[in-house]
Each structure stands twice: as C-alpha cells, then as structure tokens.
Design a binder for this molecule. Sequence first.
Ligand code: NIG
Ligand code: FE
Length: 413
Amino acid sequence: MYTIIKNIDSLVTCAGSYRKIKDEMKDAKVIENGYVVIEGEKILEVGNGEGYSKYLKEQCNVIDGKGKTVTPGLVNPHTHVVYAGSREKELPLKLQKVSYIEILKNGGGILSTVRATREATVEELYEEAKKRMDLMLLHGTTTVESKSGYALDFHGEIKMLEANKKLNQNHPMDVVSTYLGAHAIPQEYKEDREGYIKLMKEEIIPYVVDNNLAEFIDCFCEEGVYTVEEAEDILTYGNSKGLKIKIHADEVESIGGAELAGKIKATSAEHLVAASDEGIKALADNGVVAVLLPCTSFYLMLKNFARGREMIEKGVPVALATDCNPGTSPTESMQQVMTFACFGMGMLPAEIINAMTINAACAINKEKTIGSIEEGKKADICIFNSKNLEYLIYHFGVNSIDKVIKDGKIVVE
Ligand code: NIG
Ligand code: FE
C-alpha cells in the first residue's frame, strides 16, 4: 500500500549534500507542484507533476498537498526533555537580573531540577517527558536528541537514560540518547570535583557503554561549571569508550569551548553565543556542526544571539534546536525556533529549514537515514498549512502543522 502526497504547492526536500555549508544552506531544493510516494516506512519516489499516477492502480492513501508546504520531519538535535519539576519560581529572580550562573551557584537552576529528578522514578520521568514529546510531535518534530544530566549520580543518571530508552521504544518519535553527567558539579562533590569526574569515568561511563544507553557524551563547558581541560578529559575519555562527542560550548562566556570542539573533533558544538573568531574557524575547519539555540538566548534575556549569519558565511554547518529544558528554554516547538532564528539571528528561510532537517540530522549522526525528502530515506514528513516556505516563517506564533507522517504513518492530523 502506497501513501501519495500530490499537488504540493511547495515541496521542500532539503536534498543534496548531507552537511550543508555556505550557499548550499541557502537552497532548500524546493519542487513546485511536487509529489511524494511512500511505501511502508520509506520514501519511494519524489517528483513533480503527475508522475505519481502510475501508483494509483494499487491500493493507496492519497493526500492533497494543494496550498501546503511539505518538509522533512523536523529534527531537534539538542534537548533536556527528561526531567522532573519546573522552575517558574525563578522568573522573578531573572527579572531582577540575577544571572543564570549566580542562580546555579546558590543551589538553584540546574541543581533545583537535580533535586526533583533524583526523587522521581523512571516511570514518572517517562510520563512527564512523554507529554512534552507529544507536544514536540504535534509541532512537527519527528526525531529528538535527549540528554541526561539532571541527577548527577550513578543511579539517577542511569534512570534518566533508561527513560530515554523507554521513550524511544514507545513514542512515535525516534530518540537519540546523550549522557550529560558533566552538566553541573553535584553539591556533594562541591569540594571534590575530581572525585565526581573519577566517578563518571570509572563507573558511570563504562556502565552506559556496556548497556548501550547512549550514543553521545556531552559536557557543559562554561565559566563556573566545567573548565576546558576538564571537558577535554571527560569527553575524550567517553569517546575512547565509543561515545560520540557533543559539547555545550561558550553559552555565556567565551572560554575556548568551540576551539576545543574543533580540536577533539566533536560531532557538534552547541549554544556558541559567545564563541570567538578562532572558535568559529575551528568549527569550520573541522566540519563540527554548530547547534544554535536562539530560544535560549531569548529566554536568558542575553544581549546577543549566536552569530549564526557569520558562522554560515564562514563555512560552519549550522543546525538549530529548541534546547527544551526547565530553566533556559521551556518550549517544545521547533516553529518557535524558526521565529528567533530568523528575527534574532537573521537566518533566511532556506537556511532555517536546512538547519532543522539535514544539518540537524548531521548533528546526531543520522544524516544517511533522515533529514531530507529523498528516495530511500525514512518517510518522516511534515505537511504545513503554508503556501510556501517563506510564509511558514513569516506567519509566527501559531502551530502551522496540518499533518505529521512518521515512518510512513500519519501520526498527527
Ligand atoms: O542548555 N546550559 C546548560 N544546560 C541547559 C540548561 C539547563 C537548565 O538550566 O536546567 C542549557 O541551557
Ligand atoms: Fe542544553
């Protein structure tokens, strides 16, 4: 049985190179009056005009794409979607200009989510995250990366990664799991940071690897959190055990996180609001994907967004994500990210959609199977109530999804 989407006003395929840089990012490979034929879980044929009609003899599910924009399913390559509790009580502090790192140093911020998450069971974490993932799917995300990092002890971190595994098995979305034990220094190790790093290296990472609980390792490399030297030690250790590298780099201060990402050949470096010129060059030279999180800049009320425009001009493959987390970006919507990427960072519609499909897939090492509408790829597809891509970005603040197709099945309509 085939599913055919026909007469599509604007079929945004994001086809071509799997790691788009510079001018490649400005071309979303749009087909006018396009069609897509899906067989089972995969894309069978993509074209324009009436080419789909030969499949109509068989039993088919036909969707009319008139007035619609069709894109690859959105890929969200940086989230902290598994957690307990919430942090709306910190809002007044933020408005009184108490900084994010100050709140953290006083035992709030990430550490307050750590207290709540340590108390939750795997089932509770699963149920809470599932609700957020349902919202992600409703807004067009079909693959999500999910980090641990809100328990910071052996059992709690494993519990978070078990929740990731269960979500991947039961939720329609695909979930890519990242071990982020180095998200903060746990309070009980405040005077013994080496002790916590030793615990991660000697006990937690080996367990994570042996039990196949994560594909990536990440570290919050930031002034007042993990130093560049500590990040290099933790990340290269994890990498030597088989985990691929992501890094929270230069989110608030420029301390050399982007330079480190280049040096250790990370798959992606994330945030990068304060990345230096040398850091940007290191990313471009080493093909490290820059995952930019403009909702976080907005929500932290930072003076600047990451220099997305400049990164693209300098040859960095740029991706976009929500950062969905209880402190700095409580949103599930990649459409919200579109708005800030455009109006905060000056990214063009084609750059934005490439950054949240094919380049985002690159940031989680899945570019061969998802991220573009091409024959043989997974049939993960969004149908938007927009006559073209520009309209989708121009019309903001609403959910423009008409349908979401995941693995060839309509999961939202
Ligand atoms: O990506 N920067 C570190 N981690 C998250 C925030 C986590 C939190 O505040 O709960 C981020 O912004
Ligand atoms: Fe983050």
